[in-house]
Design a protein around this ligand. Structure first.
Ligand code: SAH
Length: 285
């Protein structure tokens, strides 16, 4: 059934996917149910879907039968099409009059190079729409029962990448300022340089006992969560076999998992209604 028939809404109609347009959409962290209605509408009408490695393959099953599926994945270390050639490909397909859905993991504008692709479209005069997605740093943590903010714990949160364009720990980041100024740090692509990130944060004044969590394959059936501390994170992730893709969070919000791990509760875990009670929180914030 078409979405339009399935979801009749007064005073609202979904946009039509016009020929020659590119829709730049986020697919969310993995669970197909986290796709937005706009993204699903795009999937149902696209002639071609250019998708990334982190897009769950089940999502592509929602494409119309005649749609062409084209992989443009980029995963660290493995050979991948250059960013410029992906942008050129989108332009070429749009110029052929196709309805092009560019589907990326999470949100296209969060460490996803969506802005670069959209600017290439602007330069080429190609019309486009942006469909935000649920980013792993928020939705992925939500599936682990960890809120990115919680009243009484943090009034700010920082999203950062543990990799720069050259694949090294980003030197452009002021790690000392981050350590001192941001009560919660949510880190993308942080596994490769975890040791160096840990050292920089401790050198910047962060306590070794501060709570830290790792969520791999967030929102997917093979989701794995490790709760540890900043001081023990390297050894513990090695022991637990935590591998990318993983989203990493440092801060007192991690303790809320004892109360909010709703997925765990589905498998019999007993949730605590007052998970912060009796804890010595990192008062520095
Ligand atoms: N645009 C994406 C981020 C792309 S960068 C977004 O908004 O989520 C790739 C990084 O995102 C991974 O290295 C990992 O840190 C994180 N990530 C994406 N999907 C994830 C998932 N399902 N589980 C855990 N981390 C994920």
């Amino acid at each position: 059934m078409e979405l339009k028939e399935a979801l009749p809404l007064a005073n609202y109609s979904l946009p039509q996917f016009e020929c020659g347009w590119v829709w730049l959409a986020g697919a969310g962290p993995g669970d197909p149910g986290l796709l937005s209605v706009h993204a699903l509408n795009g999937l149902q009408h696209a002639d071609i879907i250019v998708y990334d490695a982190l897009v769950d393959k089940r999502i592509l099953g929602w494409a119309k039968a005649s749609a062409q599926l084209e992989y443009a994945g980029k995963r660290g270390g493995k050979p991948s099409p250059k960013q410029r050639s992906i942008s050129l490909r989108l332009i070429e397909l749009a110029k052929q009059g196709k309805r092009v859905l560019r589907l990326k993991g999470g949100d296209p504008f969060v460490f996803g190079r969506g802005g670069e692709e959209a600017l290439a479209l602007v330069e080429a005069g190609i019309p486009f729409r942006v469909i935000p997605g649920i980013t792993a740093g928020i939705g992925g943590l939500g599936y682990a029962g960890i809120p990115s903010t919680h009243r009484g714990i943090n009034q700010a949160v920082t999203f950062l990448t543990g990799h720069d364009q050259n694949g090294v720990t980003p030197d452009a980041l002021n790690w000392q300022a981050l350590a001192q100024g941001s009560p919660v740090l949510i880190m993308y692509m942080a596994m490769k340089h975890l040791k160096s990130i840990r050292d920089k944060l401790i050198a910047g004044g962060r306590s070794k006992t501060e709570a830290m969590a790792f969520v791999c394959n967030a929102s997917l059936p093979n989701q794995k969560v490790l709760q540890t501390t900043l001081g023990n994170c390297v050894e513990d992730t090695e022991k637990a076999g935590i591998a990318p893709p993983a989203i990493v969070v440092l801060g007192d919000v991690v303790h809320l998992r004892h109360g909010l791990d709703w997925l765990g509760a589905m498998h019999g875990k007993k949730l605590q209604a007052h998970p912060l009670e009796g804890l010595a929180l990192e008062a520095a914030q």
